[in-house]
Design a protein around this ligand. Structure first.
Ligand SMILES: Nc1ncnc2c1ncn2[C@@H]1O[C@H](COP(=O)(O)OP(=O)(O)OP(=O)(O)O)[C@@H](O)[C@H]1O
Ligand SMILES: [Mg+2]
Length: 297
Protein backbone atom coordinates (compact mmCIF):
# COMPACT_ATOMS: atom_id res chain seq x y z
CA UNK A 1 0.00 0.00 0.00
CA UNK A 2 1.00 3.59 -0.54
CA UNK A 3 2.48 5.01 -3.69
CA UNK A 4 5.35 7.36 -4.34
CA UNK A 5 4.48 10.81 -5.63
CA UNK A 6 7.13 12.73 -7.54
CA UNK A 7 6.52 16.45 -7.91
CA UNK A 8 8.71 18.07 -10.51
CA UNK A 9 9.05 21.77 -11.28
CA UNK A 10 5.52 22.58 -10.12
CA UNK A 11 4.47 26.22 -10.41
CA UNK A 12 1.13 27.77 -9.52
CA UNK A 13 -0.16 31.30 -9.84
CA UNK A 14 -3.51 33.02 -9.74
CA UNK A 15 -3.50 35.79 -12.33
CA UNK A 16 -0.29 37.69 -11.68
CA UNK A 17 0.16 36.37 -8.15
CA UNK A 18 2.74 33.58 -8.15
CA UNK A 19 1.95 31.30 -5.19
CA UNK A 20 5.04 29.07 -5.49
CA UNK A 21 7.50 28.24 -8.26
CA UNK A 22 9.50 25.26 -9.37
CA UNK A 23 8.59 22.98 -6.47
CA UNK A 24 10.29 19.59 -6.80
CA UNK A 25 10.16 16.82 -4.21
CA UNK A 26 9.55 13.11 -3.81
CA UNK A 27 6.92 11.98 -1.33
CA UNK A 28 8.11 8.49 -0.29
CA UNK A 29 5.56 5.67 -0.54
CA UNK A 30 3.92 4.72 2.74
CA UNK A 31 5.66 7.44 4.75
CA UNK A 32 4.59 10.68 6.36
CA UNK A 33 5.80 13.90 4.78
CA UNK A 34 5.09 17.28 6.34
CA UNK A 35 5.19 20.56 4.47
CA UNK A 36 5.67 23.41 6.88
CA UNK A 37 5.05 27.03 6.02
CA UNK A 38 3.61 30.26 7.37
CA UNK A 39 0.03 31.28 6.79
CA UNK A 40 -0.53 32.28 3.18
CA UNK A 41 2.54 30.37 1.90
CA UNK A 42 0.29 28.36 -0.39
CA UNK A 43 0.07 25.09 1.54
CA UNK A 44 -3.62 24.51 0.86
CA UNK A 45 -3.08 25.47 -2.77
CA UNK A 46 -0.28 22.91 -2.91
CA UNK A 47 -2.51 20.10 -1.60
CA UNK A 48 -5.31 21.04 -3.97
CA UNK A 49 -2.90 21.06 -6.89
CA UNK A 50 -1.36 17.75 -5.81
CA UNK A 51 -4.73 16.02 -5.97
CA UNK A 52 -5.83 17.66 -9.20
CA UNK A 53 -8.40 20.11 -7.81
CA UNK A 54 -6.29 22.98 -9.17
CA UNK A 55 -4.27 22.96 -12.36
CA UNK A 56 -0.60 23.95 -12.12
CA UNK A 57 0.84 26.46 -14.59
CA UNK A 58 3.83 24.24 -15.16
CA UNK A 59 5.37 21.04 -13.88
CA UNK A 60 4.50 17.41 -13.32
CA UNK A 61 2.99 15.21 -10.64
CA UNK A 62 4.19 11.68 -11.31
CA UNK A 63 2.22 8.84 -9.75
CA UNK A 64 2.83 5.29 -10.82
CA UNK A 65 4.32 6.43 -14.12
CA UNK A 66 1.46 8.82 -14.96
CA UNK A 67 1.48 12.60 -14.83
CA UNK A 68 -1.58 13.83 -12.97
CA UNK A 69 -0.96 17.31 -14.40
CA UNK A 70 -1.07 16.05 -17.97
CA UNK A 71 -3.01 12.88 -18.71
CA UNK A 72 -6.22 11.74 -20.36
CA UNK A 73 -9.52 11.98 -18.54
CA UNK A 74 -9.75 8.30 -17.57
CA UNK A 75 -6.25 8.26 -16.10
CA UNK A 76 -6.98 11.51 -14.28
CA UNK A 77 -10.10 9.98 -12.76
CA UNK A 78 -8.20 6.88 -11.67
CA UNK A 79 -5.36 8.91 -10.15
CA UNK A 80 -7.83 11.13 -8.32
CA UNK A 81 -9.34 7.99 -6.82
CA UNK A 82 -6.02 7.27 -5.06
CA UNK A 83 -6.45 10.33 -2.83
CA UNK A 84 -8.30 10.92 0.40
CA UNK A 85 -8.22 14.38 1.95
CA UNK A 86 -8.87 15.97 5.31
CA UNK A 87 -9.71 19.56 4.40
CA UNK A 88 -8.58 22.43 6.60
CA UNK A 89 -12.11 23.04 7.92
CA UNK A 90 -13.01 19.33 8.03
CA UNK A 91 -15.05 19.75 4.86
CA UNK A 92 -18.16 18.08 6.30
CA UNK A 93 -21.62 18.78 4.90
CA UNK A 94 -23.41 20.77 7.60
CA UNK A 95 -26.85 19.33 6.87
CA UNK A 96 -25.79 15.66 6.94
CA UNK A 97 -25.27 13.72 10.13
CA UNK A 98 -21.91 12.11 10.79
CA UNK A 99 -22.90 8.72 9.47
CA UNK A 100 -24.18 10.13 6.18
CA UNK A 101 -21.15 12.40 5.85
CA UNK A 102 -18.78 9.45 6.20
CA UNK A 103 -20.92 7.23 3.93
CA UNK A 104 -21.05 9.94 1.24
CA UNK A 105 -18.03 8.86 -0.88
CA UNK A 106 -19.20 5.24 -0.80
CA UNK A 107 -22.71 6.16 -1.88
CA UNK A 108 -21.32 8.35 -4.65
CA UNK A 109 -19.43 5.39 -6.00
CA UNK A 110 -22.72 3.47 -6.05
CA UNK A 111 -20.97 0.12 -6.03
CA UNK A 112 -21.58 -1.10 -2.47
CA UNK A 113 -24.91 -2.22 -0.99
CA UNK A 114 -26.19 -0.28 2.03
CA UNK A 115 -25.37 -3.19 4.39
CA UNK A 116 -21.74 -3.17 3.23
CA UNK A 117 -21.62 0.62 3.49
CA UNK A 118 -22.78 0.33 7.09
CA UNK A 119 -20.00 -2.14 7.88
CA UNK A 120 -17.35 0.13 6.40
CA UNK A 121 -18.66 3.34 7.96
CA UNK A 122 -18.97 1.79 11.42
CA UNK A 123 -15.44 0.34 11.15
CA UNK A 124 -14.02 3.76 10.29
CA UNK A 125 -16.03 5.41 13.06
CA UNK A 126 -14.65 2.88 15.53
CA UNK A 127 -11.10 3.42 14.25
CA UNK A 128 -11.46 7.15 14.90
CA UNK A 129 -13.27 6.91 18.22
CA UNK A 130 -16.57 8.23 16.88
CA UNK A 131 -18.96 5.41 17.78
CA UNK A 132 -22.15 6.75 19.33
CA UNK A 133 -22.02 10.03 17.39
CA UNK A 134 -23.56 8.68 14.17
CA UNK A 135 -26.69 10.85 14.31
CA UNK A 136 -24.96 14.09 15.31
CA UNK A 137 -24.72 16.99 12.89
CA UNK A 138 -21.26 18.57 12.37
CA UNK A 139 -22.44 21.72 14.18
CA UNK A 140 -23.11 19.66 17.31
CA UNK A 141 -19.55 18.35 17.53
CA UNK A 142 -16.36 19.63 19.10
CA UNK A 143 -13.58 20.76 16.74
CA UNK A 144 -11.58 17.62 17.48
CA UNK A 145 -14.50 15.35 16.66
CA UNK A 146 -15.15 17.24 13.43
CA UNK A 147 -11.53 16.69 12.40
CA UNK A 148 -11.78 12.98 13.19
CA UNK A 149 -15.05 12.73 11.26
CA UNK A 150 -13.41 14.47 8.28
CA UNK A 151 -10.60 11.97 8.59
CA UNK A 152 -13.02 9.01 8.72
CA UNK A 153 -14.55 10.29 5.49
CA UNK A 154 -11.09 10.76 3.93
CA UNK A 155 -10.27 7.13 4.74
CA UNK A 156 -13.53 5.49 3.78
CA UNK A 157 -12.40 4.46 0.28
CA UNK A 158 -9.04 3.17 1.59
CA UNK A 159 -6.95 5.74 -0.28
CA UNK A 160 -3.31 5.14 -1.21
CA UNK A 161 -2.45 8.78 -0.53
CA UNK A 162 -3.96 10.78 2.32
CA UNK A 163 -3.64 14.56 2.46
CA UNK A 164 -4.07 16.48 5.72
CA UNK A 165 -4.59 20.21 5.55
CA UNK A 166 -3.63 21.77 8.89
CA UNK A 167 -4.96 18.89 11.02
CA UNK A 168 -4.36 20.71 14.30
CA UNK A 169 -5.92 24.06 13.40
CA UNK A 170 -8.59 25.13 15.85
CA UNK A 171 -7.58 22.47 18.38
CA UNK A 172 -5.91 22.95 21.75
CA UNK A 173 -2.39 21.52 22.23
CA UNK A 174 -3.67 18.37 23.97
CA UNK A 175 -6.06 17.52 21.14
CA UNK A 176 -3.44 18.39 18.54
CA UNK A 177 -1.05 15.95 20.23
CA UNK A 178 -3.81 13.30 20.26
CA UNK A 179 -4.51 13.86 16.56
CA UNK A 180 -0.79 13.70 15.74
CA UNK A 181 -0.56 10.33 17.47
CA UNK A 182 -3.64 9.21 15.57
CA UNK A 183 -2.01 10.23 12.27
CA UNK A 184 1.10 8.19 13.12
CA UNK A 185 -1.06 5.20 14.13
CA UNK A 186 -3.16 5.41 10.97
CA UNK A 187 -0.05 5.59 8.82
CA UNK A 188 1.27 2.40 10.42
CA UNK A 189 -2.10 0.72 10.07
CA UNK A 190 -2.90 1.68 6.47
CA UNK A 191 0.59 1.94 4.98
CA UNK A 192 -0.70 4.78 2.78
CA UNK A 193 1.43 7.75 1.76
CA UNK A 194 0.58 10.66 4.10
CA UNK A 195 1.14 14.34 3.32
CA UNK A 196 0.48 16.87 6.08
CA UNK A 197 0.65 20.63 5.55
CA UNK A 198 0.82 22.78 8.65
CA UNK A 199 2.32 25.86 10.25
CA UNK A 200 2.64 23.98 13.54
CA UNK A 201 6.34 23.51 14.26
CA UNK A 202 5.75 20.84 16.95
CA UNK A 203 3.84 18.69 14.48
CA UNK A 204 6.59 19.14 11.90
CA UNK A 205 9.28 18.17 14.39
CA UNK A 206 7.68 14.99 15.74
CA UNK A 207 5.32 13.44 13.17
CA UNK A 208 7.04 13.11 9.78
CA UNK A 209 9.65 10.98 8.12
CA UNK A 210 10.40 13.88 5.77
CA UNK A 211 9.87 17.62 6.11
CA UNK A 212 9.83 20.48 3.66
CA UNK A 213 9.62 24.21 4.19
CA UNK A 214 7.50 26.31 1.87
CA UNK A 215 8.46 29.93 2.25
CA UNK A 216 8.40 33.03 0.05
CA UNK A 217 7.16 31.28 -3.05
CA UNK A 218 9.62 28.45 -2.97
CA UNK A 219 10.23 25.08 -1.42
CA UNK A 220 13.31 26.04 0.56
CA UNK A 221 14.24 22.48 1.36
CA UNK A 222 12.75 19.00 1.55
CA UNK A 223 14.29 15.89 3.02
CA UNK A 224 14.45 13.43 5.92
CA UNK A 225 13.30 14.88 9.24
CA UNK A 226 16.67 14.56 10.93
CA UNK A 227 18.47 16.32 8.09
CA UNK A 228 16.11 19.24 8.04
CA UNK A 229 15.95 19.60 11.84
CA UNK A 230 19.74 19.77 12.04
CA UNK A 231 20.09 22.03 9.00
CA UNK A 232 22.03 25.24 9.45
CA UNK A 233 20.18 26.96 6.59
CA UNK A 234 19.24 30.25 8.31
CA UNK A 235 15.67 30.40 7.06
CA UNK A 236 15.02 26.81 8.18
CA UNK A 237 16.59 27.42 11.59
CA UNK A 238 14.61 30.59 12.09
CA UNK A 239 11.34 28.98 11.18
CA UNK A 240 11.84 25.73 13.10
CA UNK A 241 13.40 27.14 16.23
CA UNK A 242 11.88 30.51 16.72
CA UNK A 243 8.79 30.00 14.63
CA UNK A 244 9.20 33.39 12.99
CA UNK A 245 11.44 34.00 10.00
CA UNK A 246 13.28 37.26 10.52
CA UNK A 247 13.99 36.72 14.23
CA UNK A 248 17.48 35.83 15.43
CA UNK A 249 18.44 32.22 14.82
CA UNK A 250 19.33 30.29 17.95
CA UNK A 251 22.91 31.24 18.92
CA UNK A 252 23.84 27.86 20.39
CA UNK A 253 23.14 25.80 17.28
CA UNK A 254 20.02 23.75 16.56
CA UNK A 255 18.21 22.30 19.59
CA UNK A 256 18.25 18.51 19.98
CA UNK A 257 16.04 16.58 17.59
CA UNK A 258 13.01 15.31 19.53
CA UNK A 259 12.12 11.64 19.28
CA UNK A 260 9.72 10.85 16.48
CA UNK A 261 6.22 9.84 17.56
CA UNK A 262 5.95 6.08 17.19
CA UNK A 263 2.74 4.12 16.62
CA UNK A 264 1.02 3.17 19.86
CA UNK A 265 -0.10 -0.37 20.76
CA UNK A 266 3.09 -2.00 19.43
CA UNK A 267 1.99 -1.52 15.86
CA UNK A 268 4.78 -1.93 13.39
CA UNK A 269 5.21 0.62 10.64
CA UNK A 270 4.98 -0.83 7.16
CA UNK A 271 7.83 1.14 5.73
CA UNK A 272 10.86 3.10 6.63
CA UNK A 273 12.82 3.65 3.50
CA UNK A 274 16.48 4.49 3.48
CA UNK A 275 16.74 8.27 3.94
CA UNK A 276 16.29 10.09 0.66
CA UNK A 277 18.20 13.08 -0.61
CA UNK A 278 17.77 16.58 0.62
CA UNK A 279 16.17 18.66 -2.09
CA UNK A 280 16.97 22.35 -2.08
CA UNK A 281 14.30 24.49 -3.69
CA UNK A 282 15.63 26.74 -6.40
CA UNK A 283 19.11 25.36 -6.09
CA UNK A 284 18.37 22.14 -7.96
CA UNK A 285 20.89 21.56 -10.68
CA UNK A 286 18.97 21.73 -13.95
CA UNK A 287 21.67 19.61 -15.58
CA UNK A 288 20.73 16.76 -13.23
CA UNK A 289 17.65 16.14 -15.36
CA UNK A 290 14.12 15.65 -14.15
CA UNK A 291 13.13 12.99 -11.71
CA UNK A 292 10.39 11.53 -13.89
CA UNK A 293 12.17 8.19 -14.31
CA UNK A 294 11.80 7.46 -10.59
CA UNK A 295 8.02 7.38 -10.64
CA UNK A 296 6.62 3.87 -10.80
CA UNK A 297 9.99 2.19 -10.65
N1 LIG B 1 -8.89 30.00 -5.72
C1 LIG B 1 -8.04 31.01 -5.51
N2 LIG B 1 -8.04 32.10 -6.31
C2 LIG B 1 -7.15 33.11 -6.11
N3 LIG B 1 -6.25 33.12 -5.10
C3 LIG B 1 -6.21 32.08 -4.27
C4 LIG B 1 -7.11 30.97 -4.42
N4 LIG B 1 -6.84 30.07 -3.45
C5 LIG B 1 -5.83 30.59 -2.72
N5 LIG B 1 -5.46 31.80 -3.19
C6 LIG B 1 -4.36 32.63 -2.67
O1 LIG B 1 -3.21 31.84 -2.58
C7 LIG B 1 -2.41 32.22 -1.45
C8 LIG B 1 -2.06 31.00 -0.63
O2 LIG B 1 -3.24 30.52 -0.03
P1 LIG B 1 -3.31 29.18 0.82
O3 LIG B 1 -4.72 29.05 1.30
O4 LIG B 1 -2.77 28.04 0.05
O5 LIG B 1 -2.33 29.50 2.03
P2 LIG B 1 -1.98 28.56 3.28
O6 LIG B 1 -0.50 28.40 3.30
O7 LIG B 1 -2.80 27.33 3.22
O8 LIG B 1 -2.41 29.49 4.50
P3 LIG B 1 -3.08 29.06 5.93
O9 LIG B 1 -1.92 28.55 6.78
O10 LIG B 1 -3.61 30.32 6.46
O11 LIG B 1 -4.10 28.02 5.68
C9 LIG B 1 -3.23 33.26 -0.71
O12 LIG B 1 -2.70 34.52 -1.04
C10 LIG B 1 -4.63 33.10 -1.25
O13 LIG B 1 -5.31 34.31 -1.26
MG1 LIG C 1 -4.31 26.56 4.31
Amino acid sequence: MGVEVVVDGLTKSFGRQVIWEDVSLTLPAGEISVLLGPSGAGKSVFLRTLMGLLRPDRGHIWIDGHDLADCDENTFHELRGLFGVLFQDGGLFGSLNLYDNIAFPLRQQATAAEARIRQIVMAKMELLGLLGAERKLPGQLSGGMRKRAGLARALVLDPEIVLFDEPGSGLDPVRTAYLNQLIVNLNAETGATFVVVTHDVDTARTVPDSIGLLFRRELVMFGPREMLLSSDEPVVRQFLNAGMPGSDPDPGGPPPIPPRLMPSGNRIRHTRQAPGDLVRGQRRDPAAGIVRGRAGT
